[in-house]
Design a protein around this ligand. Structure first.
Ligand code: IMP
Length: 422
């Protein structure tokens, strides 16, 4: 069975934990978009692992983990992650693969990301990792791909061409001295040598796996509302974070996808700028942020927190074709008197049930809430749906009804064992 797993909100839904659980049943685990702007946290025993590029499935012995063509790779970060795996005695020989077609983040992408953000009046809140400029070069047809790093002649021509144009822009627009060809050329050819044994046509590999009836887990990074098309543009990332991106980013045809699992928190968070209708007021927001330890796995930035927004979650179910839901961090809502779910927005007296595309409407939308009774701290470590407090069960059933998809997993803590399967 080939499963796509997607974030339903603005990223950081806790996908890492679900991926880790689903990885057990998969033969192949594949990243299909984004880059090291993502951070998937997995807790195994008393050890916490944070992955930015390598699929966290690598922790499961024998599983084949791929970075698909839709991902953008910062070689420095990949080198570090591979070194960390070696340090932790995780054997990945023969089971880690990188697509020949994945684009490479170059030093000028990172600088440009930060310089552009600094100049913008309306900041996006980018992670500054060069993701946007790298994808822009891909679309502009001047990007450098993994396969290019294995061919010194091709790489030389492409890098020279890029620097000719980019150094002019850096100097004239940003007052930046520009980049030395030799330094980047040598450094990136070294990366090429280092990664060459992992680089292959992952589309062929994965399609053969489909023919062999192997199970593939396609792990999305970020979330639906950070998707370049369907997100809260321009406050989005630069890739297709929805389930459709899984096909584009791997070369697996849509007809070979069997199921899409959506992951969302029992409330909502967002990092960076952009509209967020259900955002908490500051005091309660700080309280919930501390409670949920809502700080970015990649940048450490505090996350903005708010009530569950069923308007965006419903849209996410539709856009991704989600039939199963994993509700994460349910325990963070323990001990509140009341909990709220946003069921629609109000704008200028009008009730809006669908996700609005007009920036002004979305920015000024006032949530209409359904208020429900809270539940006490669940010290009994519930291991089944039945053992959850009745009010917690009612909350989950309401989410299920509003979203029109089945909840199959509820997370009540970061450890693998703190998971209820339904
Ligand atoms: P970029 O992808 O680094 O350019 O960032 C663009 C926007 O997406 C910013 O608001 C980031 O905070 C947000 N973003 C990017 N990656 C993630 C993620 O993995 N989780 C949450 N937000 C993200």
């Amino acid at each position: 069975m080939n499963i796509v797993l997607v974030g339903m909100q603005w990223g950081d839904e806790g996908k890492g934990k679900v991926i880790d659980i689903l990885s057990k049943r998969a033969d192949y685990i594949v990243r299909y978009q984004g880059g090291n702007n993502a951070g998937h946290t997995v807790v195994v025993g008393d050890k916490e692992y944070i992955f930015h590029l390598i699929p966290s499935g690598i922790l499961h012995p024998g599983k084949i983990c791929c970075i698909g063509n839709g991902v953008v790779i910062d070689p420095e970060v990949l080198k570090r992650e591979l070194a960390d795996l070696r340090k932790n005695n995780i054997d990945f020989s023969g089971r880690f693969k990188i697509s020949t077609l994945a684009h490479v983040i170059m030093p000028y992408h990172k600088n440009l990301d930060q310089l552009r953000e600094a100049k913008r009046k309306n900041k996006i809140g980018t992670t500054g990792r060069g993701i946007g400029p790298c994808y822009a070069d891909k679309i502009n047809r001047c990007g450098i791909r993994m396969i290019d790093l294995l061919n010194p002649g091709v790489f030389k021509d492409k890098l020279k061409d890029n620097l000719k144009e980019k150094n002019e822009i850096f100097k004239k627009v940003y007052g930046h001295p520009g980049f030395s060809f030799q330094k980047i050329y040598r450094q990136y050819l070294d990366y090429g040598k280092l990664f060459s044994k992992f680089v292959c046509d992952t589309a062929v590999l994965l399609n053969k796996a489909c023919d062999d009836k192997s199970d593939i887990l396609l792990e999305g990074a970020q979330g639906t509302f950070l998707d370049i098309d369907f997100g809260t543009y321009p406050f989005v990332t630069s890739s297709s974070a929805t389930s459709g991106g899984a096909c584009i980013g791997t070369g697996i045809s849509p007809v070979k996808i069997d199921k899409v699992v959506g992951v969302c928190k029992a409330y909502t968070t967002r990092v960076g700028e952009g509209p967020f209708p259900t955002e908490f007021a500051e005091g309660f927001g700080n309280f919930m942020r501390d409670r949920g330890n809502e700080f970015g796995a990649t940048t450490g930035r505090p996350r903005r927190c708010g009530w569950f927004d069923a308007v965006i979650a419903r849209q996410s179910v539709m856009l991704n074709g989600i039939t199963e839901l994993a509700i994460m961090k349910m325990d963070v809502l323990d001990g509140l008197d009341k909990v709220k779910i946003c069921i629609a927005y109000k704008y200028k007296g009008r009730v809006i049930k669908e996700f609005p595309h007009d920036f002004e409407v979305l920015s000024k939308a006032v949530p209409i809430y359904k208020e429900m009774a809270g539940w006490p701290n669940q010290d009994n470590n519930p291991s089944s749906f039945k053992q959850l407090h009745p009010n917690a069960r009612a909350y989950l059933l309401e989410l299920q009804k509003l979203l029109g998809a089945n909840i199959t997993m509820v997370s009540i803590g970061s450890a693998r064992k703190s998971t209820i399967f339904i």
